[in-house]
Write a protein that binds this ligand. Structure first.
Ligand code: NAD
Ligand code: GLY
Length: 362
């Protein structure tokens, strides 16, 4: 097992990464305020891992109930969130009961938001089971649900007490979901860690083949990058925004196509290519840099062109982005491969042209 810490003073917490961690309830014991917990998961993950977690928690004397939600991005909404509150209230959970999110980013984001709201805040633990959630969404305390007009628009910053990434759970993950997770892994290399990007270029096939050693390395390195950024800028006053490379374009695809049509990681990959095109238009990236990024995303079996929506629709959806300030869109661009920057310099025409270059049949 490898461990690292997200340094946030009195709210610091560990991330444990390794094989078989679901069967080590002692990892959880120290982080439970009381011997009562509620596990939030979904109908796909429950048959795979819920019973094991429940039995292991009971073995250390924890009284535990579960909330099993429908599976899918389209359920990341108020109605489904309310199902968590129904279980919390129905089973008389107290403010000191711990909520454990067992699943991918959708469950982590919703479980975290429920924990932030229930009785104004209950302790919360993340047990991420997708690559995307192990490298990104379980770390850093962003929690949210979607609104029909925009992704992740209703939420809170609320840090977990502990993150446990059992890499064995990735063995049951569909290939398409593994690739979606790789989009966020590649992101860290592109925005701030060129040596990691070079490692990914050499080791991508090992990751696709689920080589446990390669996966553990990539997850640890991704979490180390994320932990460093979050520790320096928890509430995204500055550099944390750089973690959103490709996301403003990508969120437009997710919302525009209907939640769940495109996986988050797929939309981020296509959005990253749009950001790369805009960076090239500014003269920051060369055409061979753009081709290099495209080649890596393609090897990861990710889309490198966006969804077929009118360019004007992209712009409209992007205008809801959380990085909009005084009505002006700020975008994460690449000054160089391995170095991201937040910029409000792009004109509407430049943004539209970058999108158009990455549309089907462009
Ligand atoms: P997801 O949660 O929808 O999980 C993907 C699919 O895999 C689901 O069908 C899920 O049930 C299934 N699954 C989960 N674990 C499995 C396993 N071990 N074996 C088999 N199937 C399994 O999607 P995701 O990619 O994990 O997360 C995407 C979400 O995360 C989006 O809503 C996105 O907005 C959010 N996100 C949040 C942050 C953040 O900082 N909070 C960062 C990135 C993404
Ligand atoms: N996924 C972006 C962030 O956590 O800030």
């Amino acid at each position: 097992m490898q461990s690292l810490t997200v340094e946030l003073a009195e709210r610091s917490y560990p991330i444990h990464i390794g094989r078989g961690l679901l069967d080590m309830p002692q990892l959880l014991a120290g982080s439970l305020q009381r011997k009562k917990a509620v596990v939030v998961t979904n109908t796909t993950v429950a048959p795979l891992y819920l019973d094991r977690l429940l039995v292991n928690l009971q073995s250390i004397g924890v009284q535990v109930v579960s909330a099993v939600l429908p599976d899918g991005e389209r359920y990341k909404d108020w109605q489904t969130l309310n199902q968590i509150f129904d279980v919390l209230l129905g089973s008389r959970c107290e403010r000191s009961t711990t909520l454990i999110a067992l699943g991918g980013g959708v469950i982590g984001d919703m479980g975290g938001f429920a924990a932030a709201c229930y009785q104004r805040g209950m302790p919360f633990i993340q047990i991420p089971t997708t690559l995307l959630s192990q490298v990104d969404s379980s770390v850093g305390g962003k929690t949210a649900i979607n609104h029909p007009l925009g992704k992740n628009m209703i939420g809170a910053f609320y840090q977990p007490r502990l993150v446990i990434a059992d890499t064995d759970t990735l063995n049951t993950l569909p290939d398409r979901e593994l690739s979606a997770g790789l989009a966020e892994v590649i992101k860290y290399g592109l925005i701030r860690d060129l040596p990691f990007l070079e490692w990914l270029e050499l080791n991508l096939e090992r990751l696709l083949a689920r080589d446990p050693e390669a996966l553990a390395y990539a997850i640890h390195r991704s979490c180390a990058n994320k932990a460093e950024v979050v520790a320096a800028d928890e509430r995204e006053a500055g550099d944390r925004a750089l973690l959103n490379l490709g996301h403003t374009f990508g969120h437009a695809i997710e919302t525009g196509m209907g939640y769940g049509e495109w996986l988050h990681g797929e939309a981020v990959a296509a959005g990253t290519m749009m950001a790369a095109e805009l960076s090239a238009a500014f003269g920051w990236l060369t055409h061979s840099d753009v081709a290099r990024i495209e080649a890596l995303l393609q090897r990861a079996r990710l889309p490198v062109v966006g969804a077929e929506l009118p360019v004007e629709r992209y712009l409209d959806l992007m205008s809801h982005d959380k990085k909009v300030e005084d009505g002006r869109l700020r975008l994460v661009l690449l000054e160089a491969v391995g170095k991201a920057v937040l910029s409000d310099k792009a004109s509407e025409a430049q943004i539209m042209s970058a999108i158009a270059r990455r549309l089907p049949n462009a």
